[in-house]
Design a protein around this ligand. Structure first.
Ligand code: ARG
Length: 464
């Protein structure tokens, strides 16, 4: 390894094990574009403020652009023994343009540089994730539109509870994903402040123009306090929280799909392209994608704990512990993108087995609440109606009947309020169609939910 940038202070070469231990280029190399973007803004400001000669600033910027293109094309390979991407690019610049390159790091430290690069990198990643979540929301809405009349059982405690529609169920996920999308925007709003110029921790004695670099890089404003500028990682934690929630939603959805494609439910059939077989059991068709998503939720949550734990005890300002931020947040970002990308076509190609959903809804006394409500609408207090219906359900179980097949005489033994129209009131279709309160499963109510979700999506997209 060549002499380190900071070799002047030392009388010995750093031990190879320490160099390897210290190096972060294996995982921060992906930020090369953002490092160069930040350096170009910094060099522009140094030239404009007369801190370095204008000609030098121009030369630095030209060469940085070439370095970026060379890394992009593969002509320049990252040196795995470099300390990090920041040192690598600066060393390459100096190799190419000599002393002029050495002026770039004036009025800047790696501490504000790394804080800047990470914000720039994550800003782009948030955008990509937002685009993926938008695609996912549109996919779910498209399926919901086809199933506003598809009756299925709604569950509590995983016991059949009340009838809903498949569209209603799907729109619950749309509501979660819309919040996720909004949350990503919120994280971005708070993250979008510029740490460049905070220096190592205490700003600089040069007459820099932090507003200029902040503007050039598209930030809302420069960060107010230089200690905070270099040592804040709230945005990594907030972003990981937002990603953990996305994974939580995908994981719950995945769990339901796993149940739904089991023989016990058989509400859906995954496309063969999105399922896998078994090495020994020829009949198997496994929902591996959804299981992996459920599994990866654990690792994204683990990254959140890594970040929180890493930050909780470090004194101001920068400490090397903070180099650990990147692997954790990059892993979360990469995995969320991977999961959403795979989930979208899996959902879009799954077959919905409407008849099985309906048959399941027809069993399990899912209309018992409606039977009680029938009596309430005829003037009986709800608690009494509840008790009578419970007794009727017990009677049905004893006789092997359903509420639909129980003879009217049995009903009338309980109360004269029951007449023939009870069968109409407790039919599955009535039970769904009459649930038309705001947000409920009646087809018309779900159409409103879909319209509102599409409006909300447009509003959020406008803000991105
Ligand atoms: N690779 C380091 C990181 O990611 C860069 C910052 C190093 N700063 C320092 N003062 N040693 O955190």
């Amino acid at each position: 390894m060549a002499d380190m940038m900071w070799a002047g202070r030392f009388s010995k070469q750093v031990d190879d094990t320490v160099n390897a231990f210290n190096s972060s280029i294996a995982f921060d190399g992906c930020m090369y574009k953002h490092d160069i973007q930040g350096s170009i803004a910094h060099a522009t400001m140094l030239g404009d403020c007369g801190i370095i000669p204008k000609d030098d600033s121009v030369k630095i910027i030209d060469e940085l652009k070439k370095i970026s293109a060379d890394i992009e094309s593969g002509d320049l390979q990252l040196d795995p023994s470099a300390e990090d991407i920041h040192m690598f690019i600066e060393a390459e610049l100096t190799k190419r343009i000599g002393d002029v390159g050495k002026r770039l790091h004036t009025a800047r430290s790696r501490n504000d540089q790394v804080a800047l690069d990470l914000r720039l990198y994550l800003r782009d990643e948030i955008k990509e994730i937002q685009e993926l979540v938008i695609k996912l929301i549109n996919t779910v809405i498209d399926i919901a539109k086809q199933h506003t009349e598809t009756v299925m059982p709604g569950y509590t405690h995983l016991q059949r509870a009340q009838p809903i529609t498949f569209a209603h169920h799907l729109m619950a996920y749309v509501a979660m994903l819309l919040r996720d999308l909004e949350r990503l925007g919120d994280v971005n709003k708070r993250m979008n402040y510029c740490p460049l110029g905070c220096g190592a921790l205490a700003g600089t004695t040069y007459k820099t123009n932090r507003q200029q670099t902040s503007d050039l890089l598209g930030f809302t404003a420069p960060m107010e306090n230089s200690l905070d500028g270099v040592s804040d990682r709230d945005y990594c934690i907030e972003l990981n929280c937002a990603l953990s929630l996305i994974m939580t939603h995908l994981s719950r959805f995945s769990e339901e799909i796993i149940l739904w494609c089991s023989w016990e439910f058989k509400f859906i059939e995954l496309d063969d392209a999105f399922a896998t077989g078994s090495s020994i059991m020829p009949q198997k068709k496994n929902p591996d994608v959804t299981e992996l998503i459920r599994g990866k939720t654990g690792r994204v949550n683990g990254n959140l704990v890594t970040l929180l734990t890493m930050m909780k005890g470090i004194p101001l300002a920068y400490n090397k512990d903070m180099q650990e931020d990147k692997e954790a947040i990059f892993d979360s970002v990469d995995n969320v993108k991977l999961c959403v990308k795979t989930f979208i076509p899996m959902l879009a190609t799954m077959r919905v087995l409407k008849d099985n959903m309906r048959n399941a809804a027809a069993k399990g006394f899912i209309n018992a609440t409606d039977c009680a409500d029938y009596l309430v609408k005829k003037g009986m207090p709800f608690r009494d109606a509840y008790k009578i219906t419970g007794t009727l359900v017990a009677l049905c179980i004893e006789k092997g009947l359903t509420l639909e097949t129980l003879p009217i005489e049995e009903y009338q033994k309980m109360t004269e309020l029951f007449t023939e129209d009870v069968y109409q009131a407790i039919s599955l279709d009535t039970c769904v169609k009459e649930r038309k309160s705001y947000g409920a499963p009646a087809p018309d109510a779900v159409v409103v939910q879909i319209e509102n979700a599409e409006k909300k999506l447009d509003e959020i997209v406008d803000l991105i």
